[in-house]
Write a protein that binds this ligand. Structure first.
Ligand SMILES: [Zn+2]
Ligand SMILES: [Zn+2]
Ligand SMILES: [Zn+2]
Ligand SMILES: [Zn+2]
Ligand SMILES: [Zn+2]
Length: 242
């Protein structure tokens, strides 16, 4: 009855997934799976939406009763869809060890957190596929692992560079070196100032000495002038007298 091409384009849920064998009424005649997004044709036969739309591309009649089917007269069965959504299934990762059973409608949510879901390693360039629960262990050794430095310096680290990277220590060394440098400059400035102060004291002393010697010279000159004045006076008086 089913089109040979249809088996590879199965729209329904795998019967094996269900904890209890689903009721025969819930099976799609086209794909033999449990109805996914069930729709009802005018003849009251029910199929997965995807299955019947595929079927109608090549046929104009119902695959069950051969009555003509009008594509615009098929209706989604929301209530039935909800009933099917409540059916209990085993996690699709049961063969990998997941022990959970859940409602069919929770399948997507569960697969997002299922520890037995096979996922690709999230680090760029790594081709490893692994179970979600093994991700942490893998990340500790993955050669493509990379992460920005948690100190916020902006460096992207790999396992190889992480062990050597210590931007905090480096920053502290730089800071300490700068402080040593500043202290050296301050000490040099102080030495220079002391030298200038002693030079100034020397100069003051010398100026004092010069002033003293100038005063002595002035006094001497005054004395000499006085002597000279007396001599010339006596001289002139002597000439006038003669
Ligand atoms: Zn189907
Ligand atoms: Zn029919
Ligand atoms: Zn699971
Ligand atoms: Zn990896
Ligand atoms: Zn850093």
């Amino acid at each position: 009855m089913a089109d040979p091409d249809m088996s590879s384009q199965s729209g329904g849920h795998d019967v094996e997934l269900f904890v209890e064998t689903p009721d025969y009424d819930l099976i799609c005649t086209i794909c033999q799976g449990v109805l996914r997004c069930p729709v009802r044709a005018a003849c009251h036969h029910i199929f997965c939406k995807k299955c019947i739309l595929q079927w109608l591309k090549r046929h104009q009649t119902c695959p069950c009763c051969r009555k003509p089917v009008n594509q615009s007269l098929i209706f989604v069965m929301f209530k039935l869809s909800k009933v099917i959504g409540r059916l209990k299934i085993k996690c699709k990762n049961k063969i990998r060890g997941c022990p959970h059973t859940l409602a069919l409608s929770e399948q997507y949510c569960h697969s997002m957190s299922c520890l037995f879901e096979l996922i690709p390693c999230p680090y760029q360039g790594c081709r490893a596929q692994l179970l979600r629960r093994d991700l942490d262990a893998h990340a500790r050794h993955c050669e493509h692992w990379s992460q920005p430095c948690h100190m916020g310096c902006g460096t992207v680290l790999s396992h190889r560079t992480q062990a050597k990277h210590n931007c905090y220590r480096q920053l502290r060394h730089e800071y300490e070196a700068r402080q040593r440098n500043h202290r050296a400059i301050a000490a040099a400035l102080q030495r220079k100032m002391r030298r200038m102060q002693s030079t100034m004291a020397d100069m003051k002393r010398q100026i004092g000495l010069i002033c003293e010697s100038l005063e002595v010279m002035d006094e001497l000159e005054e004395v000499e002038e006085e002597d000279l004045g007396e001599t010339s006076g006596s001289f002139s008086s002597s000439t006038s007298s003669s």
